[in-house]
Design a protein around this ligand. Structure first.
Ligand SMILES: Cc1cc2nc3c(=O)[nH]c(=O)nc-3n(C[C@H](O)[C@H](O)[C@H](O)COP(=O)(O)OP(=O)(O)OC[C@H]3O[C@@H](n4cnc5c(N)ncnc54)[C@H](O)[C@@H]3O)c2cc1C
Length: 380
């Protein structure tokens, strides 16, 4: 057994950590205040192979693996979960279906520019009345000559307000519930495609999240991902497995940031004549947090490694997401508690991680949905 990161992975971790500290950290406050994503990051990261590090070099990626992807997400989330949201949609949900199932033409027109940061991608599955029950989506794609006419509404779409294209999920055959689904690449500027509104969120303010509308939106047939009608279900399932592993890294990065802030605060805050870190209650909480971060990180990277070996990790990916997101909630609550009243003030950074991390039991499959997936996989 070898739990060491490879030489390449270690070099990558150092490089992305330096980049995040020097180039991303100074952008966080303004981005959080304005709610505008610093879109220049897409090109900056794309040029250095940081944006989509696991795609092959010949496509403009970093030539890495799923572990590299997790390292990127962990390091970025340590600085800003909101900024990382926009980046990880680009490196995962908005590109993986094209990378794995797209035509050569789609790769040339959308994937390569997305990997280089020249085009911003989004992924639209969720609808106002269809979240966990994704098979109940109402968006329809009706064949019309050499194209499809899309009608429907997508909500909570990360990068939606700033995207150049969205990978939108629609029924081509609604009589086949859950199966008659396809993914379509819809470009900004296509008549009938619009951003209805940008949404205001509890956290992850730096990420732009929106509601998208397709109204008699005509999409050329060559923008459908995959060769046959009804192939979308498998594409979504595959994309979500990868995303759930990345989620472990997202939770680990958030937990690490909250832990570091709290170690520092607890060492500096004096009450009853000594730093609060001296009290057993604080020490025990921090010891438990440090332990849980190790478990989250080890579990995430082990399953990323298994994914890289081409193994079926449907169950394990759901376990990574469930365990990491739920454990993170306790960590965030404890780190906030150790900060006392100052932690509840907006001028202290712990509140940002506390708000941002609250999201993680909800998106890309709630904790309840992960439990359902795991229960099914273990034969319940
Ligand atoms: C900030 C943000 C960004 C997002 N980004 C994207 C994006 O880029 N693209 C995209 O497509 N979507 C995105 N989403 C949507 C996200 O994936 C959904 O919010 C999530 O899947 C849950 O769906 P829902 O919000 O409709 O909740 P619901 O499905 O309505 O669930 C509400 C509650 O009921 C529970 N529940 C539902 N069904 C069951 C069941 N069978 N058994 C037990 N409990 C159940 C849920 O676990 C949850 O606690 C985003 C959401 C947010 C908040």
């Amino acid at each position: 057994m070898d739990f060491e990161l490879s030489e390449e992975n270690r070099i990558f971790r150092e490089a992305i950590r330096n980049f995040a500290t020097k180039e991303i950290a100074p952008l966080v406050d303004e981005s959080e205040e304005t709610g505008n994503f610093p879109t220049q990051l897409f090109r900056m990261m794309g040029e250095q192979g940081f944006l989509c590090p696991r795609y092959p070099l010949e496509l403009g990626g970093g030539g890495g693996d799923k572990i590299t992807d997790c390292i990127m997400v962990e390091e970025l989330t340590r600085i800003s979960a909101g900024i990382c949201s926009g980046i990880l949609v680009q490196s995962g949900l908005a590109t993986q279906p094209i990378y794995k199932y797209g035509s050569e033409e789609q790769k040339k027109r959308f994937l390569v520019p997305a990997i280089r940061g020249e085009k911003i991608g989004a992924f639209g599955l969720t609808e106002p009345d269809s979240g966990s029950d994704a098979a109940s989506i109402k968006t329809r794609a009706v064949k019309d000559g050499d194209g499809y006419i899309l009608n429907g509404t997508k909500i909570f779409i990360t990068n939606g307000p700033i995207c150049d294209y969205v990978v939108a999920v629609a029924y081509t055959d609604p009589s086949k519930r859950g199966v008659g689904i396809n993914l379509f690449i819809v470009e900004k500027g296509t008549p009938g495609f619009s951003v209805a509104r940008k949404l205001h969120k509890v956290g992850n303010w730096a990420a732009e999240t929106g509601e998208l509308i397709f109204e008699d939106c005509r999409v050329p047939a060559e923008n459908m991902i995959g060769e046959r009608e009804g192939g979308g279900f498998e594409q979504i399932a595959d994309t979500l497995i990868s995303g759930r592993i990345t989620y472990g890294a997202r939770c680990t990065g958030t937990a690490q940031a909250a832990y570091e802030l709290t170690m520092k605060y607890a060492a500096e805050r004096i009450q009853f004549g000594q730093p609060i870190i001296k009290y057993q209650n604080t020490k025990f909480k921090l010891a438990e947090i440090a332990t849980n971060i190790e478990i989250m990180r080890t579990f995430t990277y082990r399953i990323a490694w298994e994914y890289d070996q081409g193994r079926n990790v449907r169950k394990e990916a759901a376990m990574v997401k469930l365990f990491s997101a739920e454990t993170l909630q306790k960590i965030l609550s404890d780190t906030m508690q150790i900060h006392g009243g100052y932690g509840y003030m907006m001028e202290y950074p712990i509140q940002r991680f506390w708000r941002d991390g609250r999201l993680f039991t909800i998106t890309e499959g709630t904790s309840e949905i992960q439990r359902l997936v795991i229960a099914k996989e273990i034969g319940c």
